[in-house]
Design a protein around this ligand. Structure first.
Ligand code: FES
Length: 80
């Protein structure tokens, strides 16, 4: 059983459920024990957290878990 769950939402942030330590780009540390939303659209004014701006920015991304065959294809394209 995982202690942390990461959920990429359609057209929105990554939701992180569970207790984590988050370090921002400047090394500021946040202890988080609730669900948080991390920006992945790049438009949030409260990065690394989502502030809802993705809706105004019309951010679009639908994610589904990759199957093992298309994960291998992705690695080949990325050169890994
Ligand atoms: S994902 Fe919500 S503001 Fe970027």
């Amino acid at each position: 059983m995982n202690d942390v769950t990461l959920i990429p939402t359609d057209d929105g942030p990554y939701l992180v459920e569970g207790s984590i330590t988050l370090l921002d780009a400047e090394g500021n540390q946040f202890e988080v024990s609730d669900t948080i939303a991390l920006c992945r659209c790049g438009h949030s004014n409260t990065k690394p957290f989502c502030d809802g701006t993705h809706e105004k920015a019309n951010f679009a991304a639908a994610n589904r878990a990759a199957t093992s065959s298309n994960r291998m294809r992705s690695r080949a394209v990325a050169g890994r």
